[in-house]
Design a protein around this ligand. Structure first.
Ligand code: PLP
Length: 459
């Protein structure tokens, strides 16, 4: 393969789409058949091409295909797959030691990650950071800490939220299938408020922030009792729920309602954080300062790492031994995270995320102008989406159309993901290392898929 690295490096993969078999090809299909006899059916794959290598803006598979990556392993390889500084640091650490358990013998890189997150997170005052293994574990720990710090049991979450697949986090998650069905009974003391979802707000987007804030206040004061509420937990842009960008001003109202009642605000930035939206954290765009902030995904550059960063007096409310885990803050993952921060800094990746956002939102808006099936284009930075509806003005969700368009993109060698409470959102999460040519080519494939799957005029 020609040695042309992407703009941010990564494996020296040719930055081109190259389709040499049907997708998935025969080798991938063989491996998928093997998977079916080995792995439970509950573990699904969006596009079962078996991966050989990935970097820049491409993923190559067992059949020799090279696909354009608009997924980043669900918002994980934000700085690029196998990014050079991530790999170099992780490899060097693997050769020094692989594990001690931070609870037994600590090591410096854990502190370096915490110091970086404490410096960057928009949490007010003195801060502390706890490292864990995943997004769900970060959210679980944020709730544990909030309960310990306030002495209150209840947690308030929002419609369309996704917070993970463990017992507590699936209880916090809104969507029944496939995340909750059959897995109950659920964790108690979880209450759900409507999300300020402008496109689907019954009285229209103009009143959305105000009415959703009033509904939250009513839930806190009248239904649950504010004195029982430890925390309100919110994604600043909802991820699995369909990249729902809350109505402007809503998050600030949520923060005020919490502050007035001594309730802690937890921002779940597992999907939005670490540069994805063009800022280090999406909270910065709204000017909100949560008491606790969770990260994972992009933090470890592909290695499993999550974190809770919070106000020192809140974080320190849990006595020694109450937090941590055998693998939490693994030294290889910590070095990888330090490599992620270096990649962001060295390559100006926050600005790159904004550039990608401008390019993608422009192209998606143009597509919407000729396709009434696109009800809304939304997102920020390298986290954008289109919500698909029936073209009759009713805004009825069109999940089958989303699935068909995703399928066409996959067949053409463009990896896109779906999302949304109604399964009708196509979401785009390219790595920030993707070259512009591949972004544009991906958008052309998407436009062609719309032209083929819809009856309206083509783009
Ligand atoms: N919180 C948010 C906002 C997420 O998007 C996700 C995963 O998609 C999680 C939590 C759970 O993270 P993990 O899959 O690492 O447990």
């Amino acid at each position: 393969m020609p040695a042309t690295p992407g703009p941010v490096g990564g494996p020296r993969l040719s930055q081109e789409r190259r389709i040499v078999t049907e997708i998935p090809g025969p080798r991938s299909r063989e491996l998928l058949a093997r998977q079916r006899g080995l792995v439970p059916a509950g573990v699904g794959s969006t596009l079962p091409i078996f991966v050989e290598s990935a970097g820049g803006g491409v993923i190559t598979d067992a059949d020799g295909n090279s696909l354009i990556d608009f997924g980043s392993g669900i918002a994980v390889t934000t700085v690029g797959n196998a990014a050079p500084r991530v790999v170099a640091r992780a490899v060097a650490q693997l050769e020094r030691f692989t594990h001690t358990c931070f609870l037994v013998n600590p090591y410096r890189s854990y502190l370096d990650v915490c110091e970086t997150l404490n410096r960057l997170a928009p949490v007010p005052g003195e801060k502390r950071t706890l490292l864990v293994n995943s997004g769900a574990e970060a959210v679980e720990n944020a709730v544990k800490i909030a309960r310990a710090a306030t002495g209150r049991p209840a947690v308030v979450v929002f419609d369309h939220a996704f917070h993970g697949r463990t017992l507590l986090t699936m209880s916090l998650t809104a969507k029944n299938r496939p995340y909750r069905q059959g897995f109950g009974p659920f964790a108690p003391e979880v209450y759900r408020a409507p999300m300020a979802y402008p496109y689907r707000w019954p009285s229209g987007p103009a009143r959305c922030a105000e009415e959703a804030a009033a509904a939250l206040a009513d839930l806190l004061d009248r239904q649950v009792g504010a004195e029982n509420v430890a925390a309100v937990l919110v994604e600043p842009i909802q991820g699995e729920g369909g990249f729902v960008v809350p109505a402007p001003g809503f998050l600030r109202r949520v923060a005020e309602l919490c502050r007035e009642r001594g309730i802690l605000l937890i921002a779940d930035e597992v999907q939005t954080g670490i540069g994805r939206t063009g800022r280090m954290f999406a909270c910065e765009d709204e000017g909100i300062e949560p008491d606790l902030l969770t990260t994972a995904k992009g933090l470890g550059g592909g290695l499993p790492l999550g974190a809770v960063t919070g106000r020192a007096e809140v974080m320190d409310a849990v006595p020694a031994g109450g937090l941590g885990g055998t693998y939490s803050g693994n030294p290889v993952a910590c070095e990888a995270a330090l490599g992620v921060f270096e990649e962001i800094e060295t390559h100006g990746l926050l600005a790159r995320a904004q550039e990608i956002g401008d390019l993608m939102l422009g192209a998606l808006d143009a597509l919407r102008a000729t396709h009434p099936e696109i009800g809304e284009v939304r997102g920020r930075g390298a986290m954008t989406a289109v919500e698909l509806v029936t073209p009759d003005g009713s805004r009825s969700p069109a999940p089958e159309l989303a699935a068909r368009i995703a399928g066409r993109c996959h067949a053409q060698g463009l990896l896109v993901l779906t999302a949304g409470s109604y399964g009708n959102v196509l979401r785009f999460l390219p790595p920030l290392s993707i070259p512009d040519e591949l972004l544009k080519e991906g958008l052309e494939i998407l436009a062609a898929a719309f032209a083929e799957e819809t009856t309206g005029p083509s783009a």
